[in-house]
Design a protein around this ligand. Structure first.
Ligand SMILES: *Cc1c(COP(=O)(O)O)cnc(C)c1O
Length: 245
């Protein structure tokens, strides 16, 4: 191994240890076992080589938000012999669905009935195993920002209960739970408390839908405090991304 790669491996080992320690401390503070919270390393904009370093450090789950980058990266990682769970966490256009269902194990960002049906159709034709699906929930109810809406009067196309039903009735999909991003300008605690209420409501109707994907580099502690089962960590692990992604 040349020096650059050794340096990057050491850098990632350090950040991975720090993130793992944060998750463990947050679990301890919340009185939850550390095994309750799974780390999803969001590797968007970073190369397959970094994914392989993380896999060697014990990371089992990775997240990506653009099919154009994720599809070749997943293929490269698989060809190198690493068997990871791939989570798609970005906005998903329906013309990318056929590609995503071939490598993703989980799609965390389903926020319309139309998208759920397109995934069900593609997964049924192109996959052997069901695809795990989380419904992305809007915390602030702003329809412009995407995410499923709750409460009376929500457009049925993006209503959480309608999306959940569309996923639950599709044999090729498995309803795993909910995902959210804390809206800008919100206290993370308030956002994740709200998400916990939504998750509990969904679980009452679908007891197997236990996943709560919440928390990123800046707010994982608040997410764990309010019941996150998955935290999606990019920059705290891999470094600050250039640009807005
Ligand atoms: C980029 C991204 C993350 C990771 O964000 P960081 O702040 O870098 O940890 C998590 N979730 C989604 C949906 C993302 O797009």
């Amino acid at each position: 191994m040349d020096d650059d790669r050794g340096d990057r491996r050491a850098e990632l080992a350090g950040s991975h240890a720090r993130v793992t320690a944060r998750i463990e401390a947050a679990c301890a503070a919340a009185g939850r076992p550390a095994a309750d919270v799974r780390l999803v390393a969001v590797t968007k904009t970073y190369p397959a080589a970094d994914v392989l370093h993380l896999a060697a450090l014990g990371v089992t789950d990775v997240g990506e938000n653009r099919d154009q980058d994720a599809a070749p990266k997943a293929a490269e990682v698989r060809a190198a012999g690493a068997d990871l769970r791939w989570h798609f966490v970005g906005q998903l256009q329906r013309n990318k669905v056929k590609s995503v269902v071939r490598y993703a194990d989980v799609v965390q960002s389903v926020d319309s009935v139309r998208l759920a049906r397109a995934l069900a159709d593609a997964a049924g034709r192109l996959r052997e195993r069901p695809l795990d699906v989380l419904v992305q929930v809007s915390i602030d109810g702003d329809p412009a920002r995407g995410g499923a809406l709750t409460g009376p009067g929500a457009d049925p196309e993006v209503a959480l209960d309608r999306i959940a039903a569309a996923v639950a009735e599709a044999p090729a999909l498995r309803l795993g739970g909910v995902m959210a991003v804390a809206p800008v300008g919100w206290q993370p605690e308030a956002a994740f408390e709200r998400l916990a209420e939504v998750a509990a409501g969904l679980r009452a109707a679908y007891p197997a839908a236990t996943a709560v994907s919440a928390g990123m580099s800046a707010d994982l502690e608040a997410a764990v405090r309010y019941g996150a089962t998955h935290v999606r960590i990019g920059s705290a692990l891999l470094g600050k991304r250039p640009g807005l992604r």
